[in-house]
Design a protein. Structure first.
Length: 253
């Protein structure tokens, strides 16, 4: 038996709740952080730490890191669950192209997307630092342990799943159901991505907005989020692990 689509008001409320529990909340905190940095001094003198230590006790630091990663994935589960409730639609994994039906192609496209985004991203970060519109981004804690690199890899996976499934797959699907135009949907998704990176400065926010346009357009054309998750994971793993291994040798700390 077919059913009518959910009322627009209920869909809008659902979107606000999911974003309020996840990336929308991050965007608000990022804006507040940016204002705090700007009122303290120039952005070029600010530092944004992405995976800082949670405690000076090793066991507690590890525990808090793992718990934080786990809870950050709850909005992903919520978004997928809500999409799975839609009648006359395929399962949420298949609907978002997360079903693993094309593993070889998804990995290949993910690697290509990572390469296409990563190299210009490095240049944009360097330009932003030179112009004073980007904070100094430190992707790892000062103190590292035997478990630091595995946890950084898990953090990369968590970031990728949260951002690509919620900001791209879920949000763009729901906004399309609300009859937003394709370009408005694309700009909304990319704008959200840029907003929750504002704590890193204007340069990184602009770079992530551009990344959001590329990734959102990919999803509109293909309907598959998995290559985006793979690309984002690769980008973060290279950034996090590469910095952890090479920062001292390159004089970045």
């Amino acid at each position: 038996m077919s059913t009518s689509p959910a009322p627009a008001g209920r869909t809008r409320a659902e979107v606000w709740i999911v974003l309020g529990l996840s990336l929308g909340q991050s965007a608000v905190y990022a804006l507040i952080s940016l204002v705090a940095q700007l009122t303290r001094g120039p952005l070029r003198d600010s530092t944004a730490t992405l995976n800082g230590s949670q405690s000076d006790r090793q066991w507690l630091d590890l525990t808090l890191q793992l718990v934080g990663i786990a809870f950050a994935l709850v909005p992903v589960a919520l978004a997928l669950y809500l999409l799975s409730l839609d009648r006359d639609q395929p399962g949420s994994l298949r609907r978002l192209g997360l079903d693993g039906s094309r593993p070889g192609r998804d990995v290949a496209w993910g690697a290509l997307l990572a390469l296409g985004i990563g190299l210009p991203g490095l240049g944009l970060y360097a330009a932003g630092r030179a112009l004073g519109v980007t904070a100094h981004v430190v992707p790892v804690p000062d103190t590292t342990f035997w478990w630091t690199i595995p946890v950084l890899v898990l953090a990369a996976l968590q970031n990728a799943a949260l951002e690509e499934i919620v900001a791209v797959g879920y949000l763009m699907t729901r906004l399309r159901e609300l009859r937003w135009g394709p370009w408005v949907v694309l700009l909304a998704s990319a704008g959200l991505r840029g907003a929750y990176h504002l704590y890193q400065g204007f340069g990184q926010a602009a770079g992530n907005f551009a990344m959001g346009l590329v990734f959102g357009y990919w999803f509109q054309r293909t309907g598959r989020v998995l290559p985006l998750v793979i690309a984002h994971t690769l980008l973060d793993v290279v950034t996090f692990v590469g910095y952890a291994l090479l920062a001292d040798k390159l004089g970045l700390r």
